[in-house]
Design a protein around this ligand. Structure first.
Ligand SMILES: [Zn+2]
Length: 548
């Protein structure tokens, strides 16, 4: 079946299309080149006056894995206040900061998002993470495996093992867990926490292993290059949330020696310790460094005011933040000595100095990092805010006078300490298309996503222009996924399952000889049960696999 979407104003940065009127043709689930003039068009969609973009891609949002379930159990308040009833098409569900899988899929689709990546898959939890993501309708998904605090990797580094062994271990782990990237959370810090260290800066040795976060980051960056992983090492840097941590962030950029690096939720890592409150913005220092280093990308992890719940593998810093919990409750856990987990509910307040300045720091980063291909739109859902706040965030970026109005409502000392009111930049639609779909697609190596050229998967969003950009991005006129209309005028009209995306890597499977005995002596599952096969992904987990 051939569909023509005619007369829309197209924003497709990967193909350098900036607001041109074009017809887009879809055959089955793919975009195709314009057919011959006499070709039979089976279905036409009139897009005159509408804005067309590829489907949105969220590069960092916590949508699967055990920590989400802990948050759901701890935050019954969150479920009480946000409930949807089932219909003949939709399942019932609940939650805002920690929504159910169904609500997550519905809400993302209604905002025009068609792909979402879980950035913290604990190795032993990978099976659960994939089950949960495959249960999330309307969204293609993928996961980044947490490595860099796992005992086996730290032992390899401490014993100065051959880099080839490290490469094969990393390649085997990503492949066995069907992930598409590697995430390091607080390099070495989660492990050091278990040895009673309460802080670990980039050049500080781990008490037990005597290795530094710098060595962990540089070794992992080299390993990922060797296994041919598209997405660069995805790093949650040292000292999350600690005043003065921008120096650790700058050092982390230096640590990869020019190899590609993605810094996650960099807003939480851009803090100075100046002023009488000992907390200041260092967004300009971070932006300047990113501007000088084209191999570095970041996602912002913007903060929005209101109740949320923070979920992170960074047990060390979550433990330190437990006193700020609202409501005052928290959970910390560890799994198989390979990663950590801390869940702390949090309420960001506009009139509170630190929270207000966090909000402003996020905006400063977006507005001073010059190249939109280096910065991606996230709230680190749900850590800075729910992903449902994205349309509001887009309006803040596109509309200076609206931004200035909002600035007047925050804590005045935070306003004075921030640079936001002096920045005149407004994002264009083309730039929004880069930071919400084209940039993430390139960074993840997704060649047939994030653009509207022939061969791309037909994930297309049609927006209706309005002077209120929040309204535009909250209410797409139509969302097409895999060539099928799934949202029409704000209503979900069809449910289709998402696919699961994983990486195709090069490594020596001979590493299994070493790993089998490690699993036997130190883990609760055998190596063969740990591994998730392609058959298991498609049959038991129920998600069709796409390799990149
Ligand atoms: Zn995160």
């Amino acid at each position: 079946m051939l569909t023509r979407i005619s007369g829309g104003t197209v924003y497709d940065p990967i193909n350098h299309v900036n607001g041109e009127t074009r017809d887009i043709f879809i055959e089955q689930d793919r975009i195709v080149a314009p057919p011959a003039a006499d070709a039979k068009i089976d279905h036409s969609i009139d897009a005159k006056g509408l804005i067309l973009m590829p489907g949105g891609i969220d590069i960092h949002s916590h949508i699967g894995g055990g920590k989400g379930n802990i948050a759901r159990m701890m935050m019954t308040e969150d479920c009480d206040s946000h409930q949807i009833c089932g219909t003949s098409l939709l399942r019932s569900g609940s939650g805002h900061a920690a929504p159910s899988t169904f609500v997550t899929g519905y809400e993302y689709a209604k905002l025009g998002y068609t792909m979402c990546f879980e950035p913290a898959v604990a190795p032993s939890n990978a099976r659960h993470a994939h089950l949960e993501m495959s249960d999330t309708p309307l969204l293609d998904t993928g996961g980044y495996l947490i490595l860099g605090n796992d005992e086996y990797f730290l032992q390899l580094l401490a014993s100065k093992s051959d880099p080839q062994l490290i490469r094969d271990y990393v390649g085997w782990m990503v492949s066995a867990t069907q992930c598409i990237g590697v995430k390091i959370v607080n390099p070495g810090g989660i492990s050091a926490f278990k040895f009673n260290q309460r802080q670990l800066d980039i050049d500080e040795p781990h008490k037990h292993y005597q290795i530094t976060p710098r060595l962990i980051v540089s070794s992992m960056a080299a390993a990922l290059k060797d296994v041919n992983l598209s997405h660069p090492i995805h790093v949650h840097a040292s000292n999350l949330g600690v005043p003065g941590n921008f120096r650790s962030t700058l050092d982390t950029i230096n640590a990869t020696d020019g190899l590609p690096l993605h810094l996650a939720h960099v807003q939480f890592h851009s803090y100075g310790a100046e002023g009488k409150r000992g907390f200041s913005s260092a967004a300009l220092e971070i932006a300047e460094k990113v501007n000088e280093n084209s191999h570095v990308t970041v996602d912002v992890g913007h903060v929005m005011f209101g109740q949320t719940v923070t979920i992170s593998a960074d047990t060390m810093q979550q433990f330190a933040n437990r006193h700020h919990g609202h409501p005052r409750k928290s959970t910390f856990m560890d799994i198989e000595c390979e990663a950590g987990c801390g869940v702390v509910p949090f309420k960001y307040r506009a009139k509170q100095f630190v929270n207000a300045l966090q909000w402003a720091i996020g905006l400063e980063l977006f507005l001073t990092i010059k190249n939109p291909w280096q910065v991606f739109l996230t709230t680190d859902h749900p850590n800075g805010a729910s992903f449902t706040t994205y349309p509001h965030l887009i309006r803040l970026l596109m509309d200076k006078s609206y931004r200035d109005d909002k600035l007047l409502s925050i804590n005045r000392f935070a306003r004075q300490a921030s640079n936001v009111e002096h920045i005149s930049r407004e994002y264009s639609l083309y730039e929004i298309a880069i930071i919400t779909r084209a940039g993430p697609a390139l960074s993840l190596g997704l060649k047939d996503r994030g653009h509207l050229g022939p061969g791309a998967v037909a994930d297309v969003v049609l927006y209706r222009p309005n002077e209120n950009w929040e309204f535009v991005f909250r209410h797409p006129a139509r969302v097409i996924k895999d060539g099928q209309s799934v949202v029409n005028e704000g209503n979900i009209v069809k449910i289709i399952p998402g696919k699961s995306h994983s990486a195709d890597l090069q490594f020596d499977h001979g590493i299994e000889k070493h790993l089998a005995s490690y699993f036997e002596s130190s883990r609760t599952v055998s190596m063969s049960n740990f591994k998730i096969s392609d058959d298991e992904m498609s049959n038991s987990i129920g998600s069709s696999l796409v390799r990149h």
